[in-house]
Ligand binder design. Sequence first.
Ligand code: TYM
Length: 325
Amino acid sequence: MRERIFSGAQPTGQLHIGNYLGALKNWVELQDDYESIFCIVNLHAITLPQDPASLRKATLDLARIYLAAGVDPAKSTIFIQSDVPQHAELAWTLSCIARMGELERMTQFKDKGKGNTERAGVGLFTYPILMASDILLYQTDLVPVGQDQKQHLELTRDLAERFNRDYGETFKVPEPYIPKAGASIKSLQDPEKKMSKSDENANGSIFLLDDPDTITKKIKRAVTDSGTDITFDETRPAITNLLTIFQLLTGKTGEECVAHFEGKGYGHFKTELAEVTVEFLKPFQARVKEYDEESLKAILSAGAEKARQIAAETLRSVYKQMGIN
Ligand code: TYM
């Protein structure tokens, strides 16, 4: 039996190069060696207000992005979270063993709730429990995600271990898979902040569907640090971030990248980075348009069918262990 990976992304805002380099790129690389399940987490999306028509469209568009990135429906299962009702059911069950204190420590809740716990939605607070349910339902071995999801993965492991201890061995305890390079791609406008879908400043992110002119302008306007060398240097986060993007898009090693730009200035570097990014995204964007709605829905419905079988089996044993049914 091959080991299993599970991951997902939210159909909110536009996906950016950070989502691709931190997550999707690794899904595609891992799908040959693991049994792979990739979910479009539309139930997570509604933890913040969404326009219904836009959410419906974004859900299908995200499936297009998965496919364009190289997730292969012949190898991997792709499905929409709400098509598998066991996610919400297990989330309720796990919410009965999760603790207020451990959820209060989640930094993403603090960020997204903007510190206003009185007004923040309850769903935003319990969001990590739904995420734990996504992962645990599939008896997942490995979860490829960016750095910002690490804390949620730790909670997932804690919940699995607690359940196994209190009710008997039921869940596999999953490991995170966080890439060495690209786990936290930073904003082009502020290298102290991660590149984020919800950033008000669109110049901070390269969106996967940006046109060539926009990409080139954003890279030209990217902030730089003091100093002139094009090298990886912890004390110069802006150039380190841009060089990391260059490295991951070209597949070169870090040393090769540094050697490539030796003696060259920022102007030259940014021009080349813009070219590489545009060349990478062109065929990607062409692939996004390849799927008509009918074939997309067929892929998603086959995916949901497969996912439901695994999810139903896990939920059955959870209920049995707890004395439900
Ligand atoms: P989401 O939709 O915010 O992001 C999708 C994936 O992209 C990664 N990512 C980044 N990686 C590198 N640099 C960045 N700047 C960057 N920004 C985002 C994220 O770490 C993520 O891997 N809660 C999750 C979705 C989710 C999930 C799951 C993931 C729900 N259930 C189960 C894995 C397993 C989220 O909001 O990701």
